[in-house]
Design a protein around this ligand. Sequence first.
Ligand code: ZN
Length: 155
Amino acid sequence: MADGMLGRLAKWLRFMGYDTAYDSHASDPELARRCRSENRVLLTRDQELASRRGLRSLLIHAENLQDQLREVVVGLGRPEEPPLRRCGVCNSILQPVDREFVRPRAPKYIVQTHREFRYCPACDRIYWPGTHYQRIQEGLDALGQSLTDHTREDA
Ligand SMILES: [Zn+2]
């Protein structure tokens, strides 16, 4: 669960394989309540919020995204799910789809140069590896882990 200032971080945590709820409108008490009831860790830049009793939280210090990802990976451990399993926008589980499905929905050069695609039925978005994997790998570097451990079978 990330607070309203961490939207970009929330998106990339989803791509990395963390089940991440994000609410840019929730008040502090609402965030705290939701974290407790859904047994989530609250990611926040707010020291006061992070120190509330009975709340599992991780205080984010870094300003830039890459350092923030490292803070989370070090603080929470490796993601519980494989990368690119969740939609970065809405947190829904993505579905693997084939080229024929993607062809009318994505730029031609993307369809031609990639073999692996995922689809979000909730917000009608297509995802493909590429720049996503590079950034996810940079996050995982903090753990000394390789993304290829997860994706080798696709190659
Ligand atoms: Zn989505």
